[in-house]
Design a protein around this ligand. Structure first.
Ligand code: FES
Length: 105
């Protein structure tokens, strides 16, 4: 079933998340996007969300999903599209401006 709106996905490539499995997560998401063009997913890189101890972190829209792996992020996306709410943090307190500041740390 197509989603009502495109999901904005940001994969953390910060100092902790990057070396773990950010590249593999990015590849898994790219493959999923290629297989499901109808979902209109947008994918970006993020440099730290401030929750490094919970790496790997990936945001989808206004929510942050921690402890992600390439397999888990696809499961997370499927759950969201099925109307479930996997464990997450709200990102509403992290504005684009504060995320830019985190990038400078
Ligand atoms: S490096 Fe990913 S949250 Fe900090």
């Amino acid at each position: 079933m197509p989603t009502k709106h495109p999901h904005r996905i940001r994969v953390c490539f910060g100092r902790t998340c990057g070396p773990k499995c950010a590249g593999q997560i990015e590849d898994a998401l790219k493959q999923y996007r290629d297989e499901h063009p109808e979902k209109n997913l947008t994918q970006e890189k993020q440099f730290c969300f401030g929750y490094c101890k919970d790496a790997n972190n990936v945001s989808i829209d206004d929510k942050l999903y921690s402890f992600q792996t390439p397999e888990k992020i696809i499961q997370t996306l499927r759950k969201i599209d099925d109307g479930e709410s996997p464990p997450h943090r709200a990102l509403e307190d992290l504005t684009d401006e504060s995320l830019d500041k985190l990038m400078e740390i």
